[in-house]
Design a protein around this ligand. Structure first.
Ligand code: ZN
Length: 282
């Protein structure tokens, strides 16, 4: 083979590697982790690192993220916490202190709810000392967070719930952050453990306008409980994929009626206890 051909082959190989790297670095995905009876979903945001939505109940989250990063390295920069029940938060303090971090949000940073106090109690004093002073941010409906990802549309996170005065809501499940993730024409609705009536109330015409075409992924609220059944989802949104994050439990989750209703509108239902991790490429 001539030297010229070798150079051409070398250049082609280089461009293949560069393209492959570019593809990988721009590849955005979300994985709903199989963490038993609880919620945890991880976003791979390419150059921006990782984002975690809720943190499950035990070390199964640490175990699950091993397929994304090698222990003890942790590249999770953003934490969004739906609410303070143990099945969404119990394992978060150790993860937050181990990971590189930009911020965490939740529904009652400046309030004094019992659940927040319980969550704070999971941190030792030393753990708090290592966090940036403004690490925890209060969020409320009407806010929008934008994350810039190289070479891709911005990831926009619209906070739809709860309202400013969260203390008036007595049921912790109903304090759950409801968030619409908008990534170009790809949308995902996170609902925590909120009840169906609240989901109905936040899906206003203005919010529905943010959804181009169809809702690609719907995180079914409250582990598929009947309390999370939303008529607006069935009548107006017709999501393509419905994810139920659930494990062994004594509550009867997920409800056969919820599954039947979602399948009835053509949604493909994914149940973590049956499928394991459920991943979508955005
Ligand atoms: Zn829950």
């Amino acid at each position: 083979m001539s030297g010229k051909n070798l150079v051409i082959i070398g250049l082609l190989f280089y461009f293949f590697l560069a393209l492959n790297f570019r593809y990988k670095s721009n590849s955005i995905s979300v994985t709903f982790l199989n963490v038993g009876q609880g919620d945890a979903a991880i976003f791979n945001l390419g150059n921006l690192g990782y984002m975690l939505i809720d943190g499950g109940t035990d070390l199964s989250v640490d175990y699950s993220i091993l397929s994304f990063m090698t222990y003890p390295v942790c590249k999770i920069r953003f934490f969004y916490i739906s609410h303070f029940h143990a099945d969404h938060t119990k394992n978060l303090p150790s993860l937050i202190t181990r990971c590189s971090k930009s911020f965490a949000t939740f529904n009652d940073v400046s309030g004094y709810s019992f659940s927040k106090t319980t969550f704070a109690g999971l941190f030792s004093k030393n753990m708090f000392l290592n966090l940036p002073p403004d690490f925890f941010k209060d969020v409320q409906s009407g806010q929008m967070f934008s994350h810039t990802i190289l070479g891709r549309p911005n990831l926009q996170i619209y906070i739809l719930w709860p309202p400013e005065d969260v203390s008036k809501i007595k049921n912790e499940n109903d304090r759950s952050l409801i968030m619409l993730f908008n990534f170009g024409t790809y949308e995902i609705l996170f609902t925590g453990d909120a009840s169906g009536e609240i989901i109905d109330s936040v899906l206003t015409p203005a919010v529905l306008k943010l959804i181009d075409g169809s809702l690609e992924v719907y995180k079914v609220p409250h582990h598929g409980s009947i309390t999370g059944r939303s008529q607006a989802i069935l009548d107006k949104l017709h999501p393509l994929h419905c994810v139920i994050s659930v494990g062994a439990n004594k509550f009867g989750h997920p409800s056969p009626q919820v599954i039947g209703d979602l399948e009835g509108i053509g949604c493909r239902v994914h149940i973590t206890s049956e499928e394991g991790n459920v991943e979508f490429t955005l």
